[in-house]
Design a protein around this ligand. Structure first.
Ligand code: AVJ
Length: 313
């Protein structure tokens, strides 16, 4: 199905596949099927992050509720708004009615739908969805009242170190004296536990990883056969991150009617599809410092597997 999609996306994907080593950007995991598979991942026994982050969001909201009074609550990458909903449930209604919530996400449809659901749940709260790639349009975010930025889900972990640093520096520049940031990060822990979370026994993560090839086929008209690739996920100690790759089981060639050249794979060659960085307290403080921010609080679970880091300028 050589569907001709957005030419910017096409160029981006083609460039990633021409690069050496080959890559595909992890944001393309999430088509309809990919989002379904991710939803299944979050229910897996091995996949610990949401199991820890959700209760942590509750306990942290209870501790921070006074700071949320009269705030513009800006959530970057709000998705289906399920995380902020858990957070807001713990905020008393008297405080909630002084909050204006701004979900920011690239997906216009999901913003509209989830903002609408949230408005029904909290009629007392102002809600204004912003469709933007927050990495590029930080100026679209309102700036009159004091702001409370949220970036949950350890999504920052998917950026390269350089990109994460740049993102934090941009945010640090955009923030005012009274603004706060609450950043969700997955922490370094026993490597076996981390690796199991990305190599589940049911093979759902493998299917999720391979689905990016179908997404690529949809955009580029390529004829990737996901079954010709093997899911590989391991912890890279030097970079303190899980890396996901798709490894060619054999020498193979992939064609596309909209690309001039074939994409050639040697047996064992991989496409690097995702990084998921794991942090230490020192690493977080270093990153905050370099962005002109300071760490005010680190909220963690008892095992210190996941943290919500509160930063101020
Ligand atoms: C949604 C980006 C937090 O990095 O752990 C899950 C995505 N990849 N299993 C992560 C993912 C493989 C996930 N994030």
């Amino acid at each position: 199905m050589p569907q001709v999609g957005d030419s910017v996306i096409r160029e981006k994907l083609a460039a990633c596949l021409r690069s050496d080593p080959k890559t595909l950007p992890s944001m393309y995991f999430y088509d309809h099927r990919g989002s379904e598979l991710y939803e299944e991942i979050t229910k897996l026994e091995e996949y610990y992050p949401p199991k820890i982050e959700i209760p942590l969001l509750r306990s942290t909201a209870r501790k921070l509720k006074q700071e949320l009074k009269d705030c513009d609550l800006v959530e970057l990458g709000s998705g289906d708004c399920s995380k902020i909903s858990v957070f807001l449930d713990e905020i008393p209604e008297e405080i909630r009615q002084t909050i204006v919530y701004y979900p920011v996400d690239v997906c216009k449809d999901s913003i509209e739908k989830s903002a609408c659901n949230l408005q029904n749940k909290y009629p007392e709260m102002g809600i204004h969805g912003i469709t933007a790639d927050f990495l590029e349009h930080i100026e679209k975010i309102p700036g009159k009242r004091k702001r409370f930025f949220c970036f949950f889900g350890s999504t920052i972990g998917n950026f390269t170190e350089a990109r994460a640093m740049e993102f934090m520096a941009d945010l640090g520049k955009a923030m005012n004296e009274n603004d706060r940031l609450l950043l969700g990060v997955d922490m370094v822990k026993d490597i076996d536990i981390i690796e199991k979370a990305y190599n589940d026994r049911q093979g759902i993560t493998a299917e999720f990883n391979k689905n990016i090839l179908k997404v690529t086929n949809d955009h580029l008209g390529t004829d990737f056969d996901p079954e010709e690739f093997e899911h590989v996920a391991f912890f890279n100690r030097e970079h303190s991150r899980i890396e996901m790759h798709l490894k060619a089981k054999d020498d193979l060639e992939v064609a596309s009617p909209i690309l001039d050249e074939k994409i050639i794979f040697k047996k064992g060659e991989t496409i690097h599809t995702e990084n998921s960085h794991k942090y230490t307290v020192e690493g977080i403080k270093r990153m905050a410092g370099a962005a002109g921010l300071s760490v005010e609080n680190i909220f963690s679970d008892d095992k210190k597997w996941f943290s919500l880091v509160e930063m101020v300028k």
